[in-house]
Design a protein around this ligand. Structure first.
Ligand code: 13P
Length: 355
């Protein structure tokens, strides 16, 4: 079985990705989504500009001190840096493991409620993953999305389908030597309380691991990428950072097997500063499980950086990126001093966010 062939390497790479003091840079925005980010700084969405932006990120000196892996969009994995060298080489030179988003996006879920979706991309996935491995990728990401609504979402159908899809994906990419990042995101949209989020998230994550068991996923060669346990964006009862940390860790301890080497949170629309503070607080709590608790942020690592880069200012862009990378590295060790690095408090939440 191919999974047995890769088992040792999968475990080693998952451990490397979950190294203490390091986290993951999510820079796998689809061409459409990165276009929105570039539009925000007045830059046109051309291949050249995408290459310039991501090339700037991947040549940031010392980034590998804080970042263990970078998740790429397919275009970037096969792309060269403006200087002609492969992007993959740039990352390897920094000691950063290249990863790849392998899902093909969200579709409306037949039989589900209005907002419910399933994640596509399973057909031919083992073969695709083998090509990504050949190109230098060593891990993968698949993002399933669930939403909490007052009319009963997520439905049981949507939980079952999204958990099953994540487990099928995880097993498929492991067959080709890629460590799967399993991402069941609960959106922040809604006015529900933090307690409601915790209840839903527990059910979702437990269902994911049950499906992983059925599919024979090697848990030691995976990472979990959940959203933090937070109240809905429109809830009047706002949980403070300590409560978010406690509820999130409680949820993880109730659901995530000890054999999983790392939990890397997504930022999901939290501000840069909140994403660092919540992670820092989690790492200052007494914990029963040994998994590394770190980050796999997209918006919370790139927001200030994009604004500083503005299309051409390489030095300012890299300075802003390294500041957030260092802050989150410190937070992953419980050593972040809030406000000690330049950051933004701007809420990055967008209703109905599509990645
Ligand atoms: P955000 O941190 O911006 O939520 O993105 C992380 C990610 O990779 C979502 O799939």
């Amino acid at each position: 079985m191919a999974l047995n062939y890769y088992a040792k390497e999968l475990k080693e790479n998952a451990q490397l990705l979950a190294s203490k003091g390091k986290g993951i840079l999510a820079v796998d925005e689809s061409t459409k989504t990165v276009g929105k980010r570039l539009a925000g700084i007045g830059v046109e969405n051309t291949e050249e500009n995408r290459k310039a932006y991501r090339g700037m990120l991947f040549t940031t000196k010392d980034l590998g001190k804080y970042i263990s892996g970078a998740i790429l969009f397919e275009e970037t994995l096969f792309q060269n840096h403006p200087d002609g060298e492969p992007m993959v080489k740039k990352l390897n030179d920094l000691g950063i493991i290249p990863g790849i988003k392998v899902d093909k996006g969200l579709n409306p879920l037949p039989g589900g409620k209005d907002v419910e979706t399933f994640c596509s991309g399973l057909d031919g996935l083992v073969e695709r993953a083998a090509k990504y491995y050949e190109q230098g990728a060593r891990f993968a990401k698949w993002r399933a999305v669930l939403q909490i609504t007052s009319d009963g979402c997520p439905s049981n159908l949507s939980i079952q389908e999204n958990a099953w899809g994540l487990a099928r994906y995880a097993r498929s990419v492991q067959e080709a030597g890629l460590v799967p990042i399993i991402e069941p995101e609960i959106l922040m949209d809604g006015d529900h309380t933090i307690e409601k989020t915790a209840e839903v998230q527990e059910e979702v994550i437990k269902t994911v691991y049950k499906a992983c068991q059925t599919n024979g996923v090697l848990l030691e060669g995976t990472l979990l990428k959940p959203s933090m346990t937070v109240n809905g964006a429109d809830c009047s009862d706002k949980a403070d950072p300590q409560k978010v940390a406690e509820m999130t860790i409680r949820t993880m301890e109730r659901c995530v097997p000890a054999s999983v080497p790392g939990i890397v949170f997504l930022s999901g629309g939290l501000s840069e500063e909140a994403a660092s503070v919540y992670l820092n607080n989690m790492n200052n709590l007494y914990r029963k499980a040994m998994w590394n608790v770190s980050f796999s942020y997209g918006r919370a690592l790139q927001h200030s950086c994009l604004k500083a880069w503005k299309g051409s200012d390489l030095e300012a862009g890299q300075k802003a990126l390294i500041a957030r990378a260092q802050a989150n590295s410190e937070a992953s060790k419980g050593a972040y001093v809030p406000g000690s690095q330049p950051s933004s408090d701007e809420q990055l939440f967008v209703a109905g966010y599509k990645y």
